[in-house]
Ligand binder design. Structure first.
Ligand code: A3P
Length: 322
């Protein structure tokens, strides 16, 4: 099985890889395959394997890495805006007409999806990429070159609720809807897209402790609570710190405003636009409530206790609290 996993590449090879892997169909809209201990949606696993084989990092590359529904769309918007702030005025900003997933593409979901091998050599530095790939499965050159990684996570209960809503919104017909109880069972077992959730978070948490200069570990809740200081921290880490003159002139507030849920979710591109014209999913699936604690409206007391218990057990001794 490991041989097959390591080969990847052509469609034929990938078909063979798929056949040898454990599979779960419970989420209905996506089949998940377990590859190197993590569960990947069928359509993106080829992208994971292809990026492992072909992606060549530059030491100036920046990576936005998350578990799904941790606030990826937001963090990509903030990162893009920080790095490119001298290139645009508020009225010409690309985020006004493009979703951040188009500006900061995912390795496995977009660039290397379906076994593609994109030519990324002509992109100007710093290149900014996104990924949900687990820490242990990242393309090797990313860690070898000590690229800068920003990792964002979110509390387990809100992440789960957001994920459940997301798949039901993307699902199309009612035959693809999954009951929250069924989704919950799978989630608790670690069977969710790019999961197990806890192992994903812990992998990057440990990396951030080992390599604090290369990995910045952020939490969605902190970003919501004090966006300004988190944004300054992020800019400094990325190598694009705000000068005091910029702060005085309102550069930080401008980015916060542009990337806010209210502003992004009301743009036409995010209400009716699509990332892939061939797929009938509009960008509004990335915007729902953006509230901390919305789990209270969806989970029973029993579910809360069970999920809290799993989280406590998994994170025990790590120094991380979620
Ligand atoms: P909810 O479903 O709880 O509302 P991702 O971008 O990783 O797919 O995560 C989606 C979650 O981030 C959704 O959470 C979404 O509403 C929230 N979100 C999207 N844009 C945001 C923004 N600009 N600020 C804060 N949260 C945002």
């Amino acid at each position: 099985e490991r041989d097959a996993q390591e080969k990847g590449g052509s469609n034929y090879e990938c078909d063979n890889v798929f056949r040898s892997l454990p599979k779960e169909e419970g989420w209905k809209i996506i089949d998940l395959y377990q590859y190197q201990q993590f569960w990947y949606p069928d359509r993106y696993l080829t992208g994971v394997i292809s990026s492992q084989k072909h992606f060549q990092a530059r030491d100036t590359d920046l990576f936005v890495i998350t578990t799904p529904k941790a606030g990826t769309t937001w963090l990509k918007s903030l990162t893009f805006s920080i790095v490119n702030r001298s290139n645009y005025t508020p009225s010409t900003h690309p985020l006004l007409t493009k979703n951040s997933h188009a500006l900061v593409p995912f390795l496995e979901i977009r660039l290397y999806a379906n076994n593609q091998i994109p030519d990324l050599s002509t992109l100007q530095s710093p290149r900014i990429f996104g990924t949900h790939i687990s820490c242990g499965s990242l393309p090797e050159s990313i860690k070898d070159l000590n690229c800068r990684i920003v990792y964002l996570c979110r509390n387990t209960k809100d992440t789960f609720v957001s994920l459940w809503h997301f798949y039901n919104k993307c699902g199309g017909g009612s035959q693809n809807k999954i009951e929250i109880g069924d989704a919950f069972e799978l989630y608790c077992k670690g069977v969710s897209a790019f999961g197990p959730f806890w192992e994903h978070v812990l992998g990057y948490w440990k990396l951030s402790l080992e390599r604090p200069n290369n990995v910045l570990f952020l939490k969605y809740e902190d970003l919501i609570e004090d966006t300004s200081s988190q944004l300054k921290k992020l800019a400094e880490f990325l190598g694009y710190p705000f000068s005091s003159e910029e702060v005085e002139k309102g550069a930080v507030d401008e980015i916060i405003r542009l990337c806010s849920f209210e502003s992004l979710s009301n743009l036409e591109v995010n209400k009716t636009g699509k990332l892939n014209p061939k797929i009938d999913i509009t960008n509004n699936v990335f915007f729902r409530k953006a509230k901390v604690g919305d789990w209270e409206n969806h989970l029973t007391q029993e579910m809360v206790e069970r999920l809290d218990h799993i989280t406590q057990e998994k994170l025990n001794g790590s120094g991380l609290e979620l």
